[in-house]
Structure formats: structure tokens, C-alpha cells
Design a protein around this ligand. Structure first.
Ligand code: AHR
Length: 507
């Protein structure tokens, strides 16, 4: 007897763009340097300076998009310092999130583009508004993308890339309401107009990402909840210069990273779910100002859990880790929160144009953690991996019938589904802290191709170099009932993906 029954909606919601599975790769702590990048002379096996194991893991995932070089780092990054002979590059001051570090510039534009080639990633460059200039960013776009025989294009060729890079996504600053310059919305709009107008003249094919803001910032931040409305309104008839509006969302109400209790556990999952309300409100703000003919996508280009141990701001009654490394434990709970967010992204795939988990390696809600020669896949890596069958497919809604609810009022089981010419896939989350749930899904005329579950004995389980697979996908037993329902048992705090392929003649 199933306790939760899932139906897949007949009508597609929209295509699940690979861009919804992006990440942020910032020069912050050990994300890029000593995470992705160890340098060509490292003892750690590497491909042209990038850790072989990390590149392979990310390519396998896949990780289709990465935003670089920041974050806050972007507004103090000067791209010319990171091109040309590595030996001659200057050591500059890299700054982000209160850190100031010596930056060798060894990982620059060419290297990052090479990483993207190796790992099958679309690059998204965050431009410098805070300490840069319109000319500097125009030059970067010309250097990377131009197919006209200019001095900058020749310099690119001399540095190893004869052809244009075709980088489409360019951010005009990062968090310009804060670390990116402390602008107010109207002042940023004036800057944005200059940048966007001139960037479009350099390359008409690029997509520009303007800096927006969450409309419910923490009260103590003093940020303007009306930023998006004021910024878009100030652009007036030139609002069409915005292709994507960036909004960031960090979940900060889940208590300690590992020593959380049941209430904290549910609070984090509820916060992940509430990301949907932020997206919906942002859609309404855009619709109220931009003409219907102008589609502005929402770029959730930083999202994820930011535990109190890894920050010196916001809620959380725990000792803060000093000096700040921005590294935190990544538990199964974090993976389930990511899975809840991915359900949201599918439901919102017609308005959400990209999403970037913050961050990629070692820092914050990372996919991978490195420790010397070891490169460990976090539970969140596996949550993404369970989602890979959905990438590029058509999202379909799901209806869940269950009497089992959580203290937050949500149904204990949630799901997302997709269909493609390959078949169908359903990813199901059992959000219950301590109860296994017998679950069924109705899928007509299909047979199970593969079924995997991500579970562990405790919601705070982590992977480590010593036990790298404590939280890793395992085969899930799925039984087809005579009525044609596919049934399985989801352990407490777990998620699973069942992949179906068309089966003609299934009785
Ligand atoms: O991801 C860490 C930081 O969070 C980024 O640098 C910044 O954009 C955000 O505040």
C-alpha cells in the first residue's frame, strides 16, 4: 500500500535549459586556486593546470554553465593582468567578501576558457563595474569575441586563441548595491545604460546580465527592497538593454552546518522551497515595468546554503569560523535542499533563464571538496547527478497525493518530472526527517531503465576523503504493480530518480 502517490501532469511547462544547472566559480578561498586550479607544475595530476579529477567529475555531471571570476571578486578584477606569459603576469590584490589575497593571475581568461572546453561548460563572465571602466569591459568582450582583425583580436591569437571565443553571457557588475560599488538603483541604472549601450556595439550577440536584488533582504542589511523596480524603471525606454536580471539567494536559516536539529532541518528545506516565491515576485516586478514584448530572464546566478560557521553575518547562534575560509560541511540535508530548489527551477523554467550554485569546489555549497590528492564528491554533487536526466528535457508538473505532512505544512514527498525522446524521468524527495515512505508513481507505457536513491543513516551525513561514498547513489528497487504503478520505498531524508524508457506492449 503506497503512502504517497505521484501523477505526472500531461502538459509540458517548458524546456529545462542546461543553464539551470550552472555554478559560480569565484576566485574566493580555495574555489579556483587550490580547488579547480593547481597549476601545471603541481604533483596533483592536472590537465593544463586544472585538477584532472575535478574536471572529470564536473564533465561527468554535467555542469553546463559556470560564472567567473566572481562574485565580489569580479569588481576588482582586471582581465589584462591575466593574459600573456604566465611568468610575466603581475601579482595583484584579489579581494572578495572581506578577504585580500595575493593573486598570481595564473588562472586568467585563456585558462578559464580552456577549463570550459575540457569540462563541457558554457562560460559566463562577470564584468568589473566597481573599479573598472566601460572601455575595459568593452575591450574584454572584443578581446574574447571579436572576429574583426583588430589589435586585441591579434593579441588573443598571439596568446593561443586565433578564433573568437563566442562567450555570450556577460555580467555588468556583481551586487552593485553592495560590494560592487554601493550604488543606489538609479545610479546603477545610469552606469548600466553606458555599459550596455557600448557593449552591444562591440558584440550584438552577447546577452547582458544586469544586477538585481532579492526584494526581501535581511532587515539589518539596510538594502533597498525596491531595487529591482527602481532600477528597471530608471532604464525607461532602454529597459530592452537587459537580457537577464540577476538575483542572489543564500539560505541562512537552517542552524548549524552539521549539529542541526529536526526543526533546523525542516527550516532549511522550507527556505529552499521559498526560493520559488522570490522568483515569482521578481517576475511580477519585471512584468509591471518591462513591455510584454521584452523578455527579461531571471538569472539566479548565486544560490545555495551559506551556513553560519562560514559567514560573519546573519542569523545562527554558533561560533563563526575564523579566519574565514568560506568552507563548510556539505551534508545530505544540503543535497536535499538543493533538490528542492531544482524542483522549483523546473517549475519556473519558463521565466528562470539560469541558475548558478554557489560555488563549485571547496567554497560554500560546493559540488566537490579537495584535500591534497583527494577530491571528494559532496552529497550535493550526487543530487545534481540524479538530476542529469532532466537536463534539456521538457519539465512536467507533478501532483502528489499523501496524508503525510511535515511540521512546516508541506507534503512529506515532493517530485519533479520530465519527458524527452529518451523517455521520462521522475526525481522524488522524501523530506521527512525520520520516516520512510512507500511511494508510487504512475507512468503509462514505460519501463524502468535505471533507478537510483541517495540516502544515508543520518541527515547530517557527509562524505570525506576517509569515507568518500557515505552519501552516494545506490540502486533503488522499483516494483511494477499489476495496476501499472511503479512503487518503491524512500528512506527518511532521501531522494531518488527513476528513469523510464518507452516500452511498447507493456501489459
Ligand atoms: O559567493 C560568495 C559571495 O556572495 C559572492 O562573492 C558575492 O557575490 C555574494 O555576496
Amino acid at each position: 500500500m503506497v503512502e504517497a502517490s505521484i501523477e505526472i501532469g500531461a502538459d509540458p511547462i517548458g524546456r529545462i535549459s542546461p543553464r539551470l544547472y550552472g555554478t559560480l566559480a569565484e576566485h574566493l578561498g580555495r574555489c579556483c586556486y587550490d580547488g579547480l586550479w593547481v597549476g601545471p607544475s603541481s604533483q596533483i595530476p592536472n590537465v593544463e593546470g586544472f585538477r584532472e579529477d575535478a574536471v572529470e567529475a564536473l564533465r561527468d555531471l554535467p555542469m553546463p554553465l559556470a560564472r567567473w571570476p566572481g562574485g565580489c571578486y569580479a569588481d576588482n578584477y582586471h582581465w589584462r593582468k591575466g593574459i600573456g606569459s604566465a611568468a610575466e603576469r603581475p601579482v595583484t590584490l584579489g579581494t572578495s567578501c572581506g578577504l585580500s589575497v595575493a593573486d598570481s593571475n595564473a588562472l586568467g581568461t585563456h585558462e578559464f576558457l580552456r577549463f570550459c572546453e575540457l569540462a563541457g561548460v558554457e562560460p559566463y563572465f562577470a564584468g568589473n563595474v566597481g573599479s573598472g571602466s566601460v572601455q575595459e569591459l568593452c575591450d574584454w568582450v572584443e578581446y574574447v569575441n571579436s572576429d574583426v582583425d583588430t589589435s586585441l583580436a591579434r593579441e588573443r591569437a598571439t596568446n593561443g586563441c586565433p578564433g573568437p571565443g563566442h562567450v555570450r553571457l556577460w555580467g555588468v557588475g556583481n551586487e552593485t548595491w553592495g560590494c560592487g560599488g554601493n550604488f543606489d538603483a538609479a545610479a546603477y541604472a545610469q552606469e548600466y545604460l553606458r555599459y550596455a549601450t557600448m557593449l552591444r556595439r562591440i558584440d550584438q550577440d552577447i546577452e547582458l546580465v544586469a544586477v538585481g536584488q532579492e526584494d526581501d533582504p535581511l532587515p539589518e542589511s539596510g538594502l533597498d527592497p525596491e531595487w529591482n523596480a527602481r532600477f528597471l524603471a530608471a532604464l525607461g525606454p532602454n529597459v530592452g538593454l537587459v537580457d537577464h536580471l540577476s538575483v542572489h539567494r543564500y539560505w541562512v536559516h537552517g542552524g548549524p552546518e552539521t549539529d542541526f536539529d529536526e526543526a533546523d532541518y525542516y527550516a532549511l528545506l522550507a527556505e529552499a522551497e521559498a526560493t520559488e516565491a522570490l522568483i515569482e515576485r521578481t517576475v511580477r516586478t519585471i512584468a509591471a515595468i518591462a513591455p510584454p514584448s521584452r523578455r527579461i530572464g531571471i538569472a539566479l546566478d548565486e544560490w545555495g546554503v551559506w551556513h553560519p560557521e562560514a559567514r560573519d553575518w546573519g542569523p545562527g547562534n554558533v561560533p563563526r569560523r575564523t579566519p574565514a575560509t568560506f568552507e563548510q560541511a556539505g551534508t545530505l540535508r544540503d543535497a536535499l535542499a538543493a533538490a528542492v530548489a531544482l524542483e522549483v527551477f523546473h517549475r519556473q523554467c519558463s521565466v528562470l533563464s539560469m541558475a548558478n550554485l554557489a560555488q563549485t569546489v571547496n567554497v560554500l555549497h560546493a559540488l566537490l571538496v579537495t584535500d591534497g590528492a583527494a577530491c571528494v564528491k559532496t552529497p550535493t554533487y550526487h543530487a545534481f547527478s540524479l538530476h542529469s536526466p532532466h537536463i534539456g528535457a521538457q519539465a512536467h508538473g507533478t501532483q502528489i497525493a499523501t496524508d503525510i505532512t511535515l511540521p512546516t505544512g508541506h507534503a512529506a514527498v515532493s517530485a519533479t518530472a520530465s519527458r524527452s525522446e529518451r523517455g521520462a524521468a521522475v526525481t522524488v524527495v522524501n523530506r521527512h526527517f525520520d520516516r520512510a515512505i512507500a511511494t508510487g508513481v504512475h507512468v503509462a507505457d514505460m519501463a524502468v531503465e535505471r533507478a537510483r536513491v541517495l540516502a544515508a543513516d543520518a541527515a547530517n551525513a557527509v562524505n570525506s576523503p576517509q569515507i568518500p561514498d557515505r552519501v552516494a547513489p545506490r540502486p533503488l528497487e522499483v516494483i511494477r504493480t499489476p495496476e501499472g504503478e511503479f512503487t518503491f520505498t524512500l528512506p527518511a531524508h532521501s531522494m531518488a530518480t527513476i528513469e523510464f524508457r518507452a516500452a511498447r506492449g507493456v501489459p
